[in-house]
Design a binder for this molecule. Sequence first.
Ligand code: MGD
Ligand code: MGD
Ligand code: MO
Length: 744
Amino acid sequence: MSAKGQSEVKVVRSTTWSAGTGCHGGCGVELHVRDGRLLKVEGIAEHPYNLGTLCPRALALREYVHAPDRLLHPLIRRGPRGTDTWQQATWDEALELVEQRMTGVRARYGAESTLFVQGTGRDVGGWLVMLAYNFGSPNWMQSLPGNSCYHPRLLSMKIAMGDYVVPDSSQFSGKRYDDPAWRVPECYLVWGQNAVATCNDGLHGHWIVHALKRGSKLVVIDPNYNWLASRAAIWLPVRPGTDGALALGMLNVIINEGLYDKAFVRDWTIGFDELRTRVQEYPLDKVSQITWVPADKIAAAARLYAAGRPSALQWGVPIDFAPEGLTVALAINALWSITGNVEKPGGMVVARPAYGVTSYPMSQAAIEAMYGDAMPREQFAKRIGADRYPIVRDLHWRAQPDAVIDQIFSGKPYPVKASFIAGTNFVVGAQDPRRWRRAFESLEFNVVVDLFMTPTAMALADVLLPSSSFAERDGVRAWWSPLTSQNRALRVGECRSDAEICFELARRFNTKFQYATLEELYRFYLKPSGIGLEEVREKGWILPRAGSRELPYARHERGLLRADGKPGFETPSGKIELASSRMKAWGYDPLPSYTEPQFSPVSTPALAAEYPLILNTGSRSIAFFHSEFRNIPSLRAMNPEPLAQIHPRTAAQYGIANGDWVWIENQFGRIKMRARYSLVHPRLVLTQHSWFYPERVREDADFSAYEANGNELIPGGLHSKTGFGGAQVKSLLCRIRKVEERAP
Ligand SMILES: Nc1nc2c(c(=O)[nH]1)N[C@H]1C(S)=C(S)[C@@H](COP(=O)(O)OP(=O)(O)OC[C@H]3O[C@@H](n4cnc5c(=O)[nH]c(N)nc54)[C@H](O)[C@@H]3O)O[C@H]1N2
Ligand SMILES: Nc1nc2c(c(=O)[nH]1)N[C@H]1C(S)=C(S)[C@@H](COP(=O)(O)OP(=O)(O)OC[C@H]3O[C@@H](n4cnc5c(=O)[nH]c(N)nc54)[C@H](O)[C@@H]3O)O[C@H]1N2
Ligand SMILES: [Mo]
């Protein structure tokens, strides 16, 4: 106690993740708490990931953690779904009910009839897998058509290169930019990513800014003149959805002008001749016509990128959303491969979970090692979509979302009857959200786990369980590097982490579950690292040790990438496959190609006459993470209303002033947003996504889920023929007009 009778301030070091910031990075933070209240959050200056910086969401954590509308207790629905009729319950009552209802469904229809649904990569995924497998269901899934977030890019790398690569920003070294082995990328190509606001998957957005400060020349491929575009040496304002053609056009220039790395292509790739033949179908005049980017600009960008020794490339989710997103991603793999930028300092380096630590068992052997005989091979094979998509069958360990929605309605080949939904608000965030809602409304029983009352919880939950923020969680995080720890600084209400909730249920569902405590499970995860839980907690973050095989550069030459220890890549041929043997075996085109968006001035000219503008939904705001944070006052103040960016010239044409409310409409519906002048491509309307009004969620008939939500304008089920990519949320059509206020 201090002199004033207040307790001392306790400072707890932890790592950001969900819930509380969302994002896919892991920033080091100090959480200052007193008497069970979070006072403030500060970035840790010496943390190798964020180097002390924090985003507005992390800085607003105090408001988030102590938000007056947080769910503090388990709730059981007493009235019909869709009504605000809840009864507070104890954890025992709530979990008892979940156990009873879900085991009932399991006994009647089989475990596979229950879905385990997550959104993006939060501190939920590993726990949901654990719960699904120990319940006996192979059906865990992401709530996004075509798995169109990162999975197409990840799979493209797995297929072409056998590993995932990321730009080398010296993140594997404690010395960071002072590490003498690291090189500044001469060219940094940012392809469809607003990285400074979105900090994606193991890349802190500011690392790109650091490279620019050190002299990297920037190429930006983006239809919006965003912050990075304004700093670019070359900016290519591409027509949304046509990135596949652009990549093939750039490959055409690099190959035909002989700008590729001949030694690397000869020694480490296969399929170059086929690729050379294929890119002849994409001469620049044709590519320019498709993409709306002048041919000389495309050529200049290709030359600058190919000349870089090294060049780095960071890409964003629009690539996944493109029609046939997987093949677009394959074309971009070919770009960094033929220019010899793989496993080079300042180029693209292989990233794996830190020290092999992962909560995702990605092989039958790994499942057995983690969870015994909970998920036998025959049961695993029942994954929804495995019969339709060979990649789901052979490579991807989840159910395919579009196949799931179809199967809910058809009941074939087996019925779907219940769901456990954690960390997703798909009644807002999924494309054609009404169809997703109808699908889950038809199930017998739904559990939702969230921190707040969302449209998804209102519409669907029979039991609603209160989750915690990362400040209330203990854990270990190994999303590439470094290996980090999360340390609980406080508890709020009766909230529990997803780990705690799923762990308790897994024990109830599987009588043979072999872990007595969560700590035991963490120790199991850490086994491959040889690092103890105490050590991770004490140090906070652990980078790869000197001499470790996790350190990047030329690992393919040293036999450090393949399981058999031979030089090369973990692909069937041991080389980077520019023409993919696996794609061919699955019956797909082994080479990248271009597919036009389904609704576009080219595919549907008559429709485009009626809806002359390109509708692009989902540009991220730094204040929000998808549908989250609109209930947090300081963040909402940054972006109080849903915004649609439009070029001033285009706005003038429709009599729209900056800040006017506008209707955005197309053949699927209409939404209302505020027009915001910006330097987007003049034929574009660029909207935010997943808007709802938390302040009206309990009152409005539709929980305000549709009024300003771009997903209302997007058909469900759009996806690539591989099952990966193609939700096309960024390349539809629309028109726009001012909302005429009626006289009072
Ligand atoms: N603050 C914040 N951060 C986030 C999120 C969030 O909601 N808020 N969401 C997280 C998630 S799950 C994801 S997937 C990532 C996504 O983050 P990003 O990959 O950055 O995705 P977007 O913001 O959708 O778009 C990035 C840029 O692509 C441009 N663009 C739009 N359409 C196209 C196109 O067809 N081609 C090209 N080349 N460019 C296009 C947009 O103008 C924008 O500048 O962000 C993560 N981080
Ligand atoms: N039109 C359009 N739609 C899009 C996109 C787009 O660009 N345009 N982007 C898409 C993309 S890339 C993605 S990944 C999806 C994302 O979609 P989702 O991942 O479903 O994101 P949200 O809709 O915000 O729902 C997340 C919910 O989880 C809760 N939550 C946060 N952290 C935790 C946690 O740790 N535990 C639990 N139990 N709950 C938590 C939040 O309160 C929130 O209600 O949206 C997609 N939707
Ligand atoms: Mo995403």
